[in-house]
Ligand binder design. Structure first.
Ligand SMILES: C[S@@+](CC[C@H](N)C(=O)[O-])C[C@H]1O[C@@H](n2cnc3c(N)ncnc32)[C@H](O)[C@@H]1O
Length: 285
């Protein structure tokens, strides 16, 4: 177990579980629990603790990816850890795979993907807003300590982007995912997986239609609920509050056209979101 050094990240955790993520430097740090000198962290190990000026104990840890994601600069909604973990597993990410992701937002999903890819393969992130691409690049570089060699960020609208790549996996976190499905299908190899996260039911209904129309099969949609419990000497019961809804995860496989599932009959549902017309699939390649 290595000892903390100057410039390392350290997660300060109170006895009630409140966290602060800071750099180890020659400076004071204070919170409502009192102050410490950050240089006193140098030479300590994970699991050691420091006493604040008010007598509170702060445990010292290296941040997990989850800790880092909640502390990093965020100007967009990020994908929550409960969904990130499921997307990585159900999206079957493995070292060496080629992955396309759109949009990059603050880079939370990119970080989880790059971690799971273990330095192999390639991640291509397509983001239409340059300022978000720049935030995400900064967040990712800071986490890994240097620019990541197997990661490329392209500033473009996914509806017009044209990549001559046959990816193994595609991850979608867009407000209008159904508009991108047609173009993305041409960048995914047969048998490859597309994973999408959407907060609204209407989004997944429209995405389902476009997936069926663009050669995808074995499509599943699900959501995950995490309910934390309060456990002490006298009680064991769920907390009163929880993050009740984040999003629906869609996982689909690219299949050859003659084996694709039939396109669902329309049965009068096309008007409910009012934004998709036949043939408006955003095919850019
Ligand atoms: C919710 S954020 C993504 C958050 C990201 N998954 C994360 O975990 O940090 C959605 C992103 O999609 C980008 N976006 C929206 N429409 C797009 C398009 N047509 N092409 C590329 N990026 C797009 C937005 O600019 C925004 O950065």
């Amino acid at each position: 177990m290595s000892k903390f050094e100057l410039n390392d990240w350290v997660l300060l955790t109170s006895q009630k579980g409140k966290n602060w993520l800071v750099r180890v430097e020659d400076a004071p740090y204070s919170s409502h629990l009192g102050g410490i000198q950050l240089r006193d962290v140098i030479g300590k190990e994970e699991g050691d603790w420091l006493m604040t000026s008010k007598g509170a104990r702060l445990m010292l840890f290296r941040p997990s990816l989850q800790d880092y994601i909640f502390a990093m600069k965020r100007r967009t909604q990020i994908i929550y850890p409960k969904d990130l973990s499921a997307m990585i597993f159900y999206g079957d990410i493995y070292p060496g795979c080629v992955v396309i992701e759109t949009g990059i937002g603050s880079g939370a999903l990119s970080l989880a993907l790059l971690r799971a890819m273990c330095g192999g393969g390639k991640l291509i992130s397509i983001e239409k807003r340059a300022e978000f691409a720049s935030d995400a690049r900064e967040n990712i570089t800071r986490f890994f300590g240097a620019p990541v060699e197997n990661h490329e960020i392209i500033v473009a609208d996914i509806q017009n982007a044209c990549l001559s790549v046959q990816a193994d996996r595609i991850f979608v976190d867009l407000p209008e995912p159904w508009q991108a499905v047609g173009n993305l299908s041409s960048m995914l190899r047969m048998g490859g997986l597309l994973v999408s996260l959407s907060p609204n039911v209407g989004q997944i209904q429209l995405t389902q239609r476009q997936l069926l129309a663009n050669g995808f099969g074995d499509i599943v949609h699900f959501e995950l609920l995490r309910r934390d419990w309060k456990v002490d000497r006298l009680r064991a019961r769920p907390f009163d509050r929880m993050v009740a809804h984040t999003g629906f995860i869609t996982v689909a496989k690219r299949v050859s056209a003659d084996r694709g599932e039939p396109v669902e009959s329309d049965s009068g549902t096309e008007d409910f979101a009012g934004s998709v017309e036949e043939g408006e699939d955003g095919v850019g390649c």
